[in-house]
Write a protein that binds this ligand. Sequence first.
Ligand code: NAP
Ligand code: ZN
Ligand code: ZN
Length: 349
Amino acid sequence: MNQVKAYSAASATALLASTKINRRQPIASDVQIEILYCGVCHSDLHYARNEWNFTQYPAVPGHEIVGRVTAVGGGVKKFKVGDTVGVGCLVDSCRTCPDCRSGLEQFCLDMTMTYGSLDKHLNAPTHGGYSQSIVVREDFVLRMPANLNLAAAAPLLCAGITTYSPLRHWKVGPGQKVGIVGLGGLGHMGVKFAKAFGAHVVLFTTSPGKVADGKRLGAHEVVISTDAAQMAAHANSFDFILDAVSATHDLNAYFNLLKRDGNLTLVGAPEKPLPVAAFPLIFRRRSFSGSLIGGLPETQEMLDFCGQHNLTCDIEMIRMDEINTAYERMLKSDVKYRFVIDMASLKAE
Ligand code: NAP
Ligand code: ZN
Ligand code: ZN
């Protein structure tokens, strides 16, 4: 076992603070990674504050991890010391069930999340990327494209794959009108991917100050979602809408914007249930579904796509000790468009 520096929350109401955590000694199939950058996902905040009611304290969030390999187990084939790699929301799964065999490890009933699960080797809670290093089963480690800025690529490991996967699943492409709801970490990648896939992209935002950025990031149109007239102008016109909002909001207003047989997929995970009215769904055979990150093969495909298209996230770099302020800004929708922690700042503490 190795002790490493980390930042953790001691309770739902505590600020995150410096601590030490245990990491396992790499076994044959493991890769040990020095963490260079870690993105700050809104899920980290939901988890640290126990908004989903499964947090184990002390809680070390962080699942948008990029770093450098510092050691590999004897059985590791794909990585060597010095490689730059990524780790997202998953660090293990059963590898034998139908979901795992289909490369959809995120749906494995026995998957291990980067934080908030049980590390089967240590028999202790898993801890995320707000830390100096991590030990991960080789199969859950991803190759980072060499041409991408590593810090700006970190959020691809969650915000990237969580938006890429449903846009691919629902076959978003040329000739389609696609909506992205919420211009945060996920939403801004949703806009970039939907544009890259050739769709006509409409961003829905509650923040008038984000209109120009929405267009710069790739939206063809931007709608202020609190303006009923702007919303009504788009009624019955969308093939697909991706909802990446972190808080309570009215889904039914968006169902009404879908065409017949259109789909709204929710990736946002607000703390409280969202009311769904029957009529907007049944009258035009619209559908409502969810999506969870993406499996390992698709995550690598997404990273390679980003490498080929030189696509990264718009980030604001912070020090580890700025995390609590970053959470408050995230709650105010004041992120442009993802905070990324420079882990050298933790090393220096
Ligand atoms: P974020 O950066 O904080 O962005 C959320 C955006 O939602 C805000 O920027 C804001 O956009 C909009 N918003 C916030 N409060 C709102 C309100 N009261 N009404 C309407 N819009 C509001 O969060 P994120 O990291 O992108 O994550 C978004 C959600 O996805 C979180 O709930 C997170 O836990 C979840 N998530 C799910 C998965 C998955 O696999 N399904 C993966 C990662 C994250 P505007 O200013 O443009 O309105
Ligand atoms: Zn996330
Ligand atoms: Zn499985």
